[in-house]
Design a protein around this ligand. Sequence first.
Ligand code: HEM
Length: 132
Amino acid sequence: MKKDIENRKDINFLIQYFYNKLKNNQNMSVFFENTNFEQHLPRMCEFWDFIIFSTPNIYKGSLMPIHQHLHEKLPFSIENFQTWVDNFCETADTFFEGKNTETAKQAAKDIASTMKYKILGNLGRKFDFKVE
Ligand code: HEM
């Protein structure tokens, strides 16, 4: 039986593993070529700390404008969002199980859906994520 995501150490592990996978994915690596992970990983972990444990005031970024800006420089496709969600859920399922793990996967899908609609407009709305 796997353990649940229980603390910040678990989040750090999950998020580091996940972004390593994305960096090595042939359709996603291009987006991360200029990303300084030493700088960004802590922020990504703070975001998930807020989502999973509702830790107040921990994430100070602005998720949607950052991605809107990235998309303007190098456009995201419908498939990129599906790949992002698939890799996140696969990574979570490989190492963890339980209530917090389900919360994280559901949040990943919900936030990716919102981001997809905001960034791709009607095109995004026509394609829902496949349910495993
Ligand atoms: C097509 C899908 C996506 C792509 C290609 C993508 C790409 C990126 C990249 C390249 C960065 C680093 C920004 C930089 O180098 O300045 C980043 C940051 C981040 N992404 Fe995404 N992303 C995607 C979807 C998502 C989704 C669905 C979420 C949340 C559920 C998310 C959460 C974050 C967070 C929290 C950060 C850190 C932002 C900050 O610095 O405050 N991303 N993303």
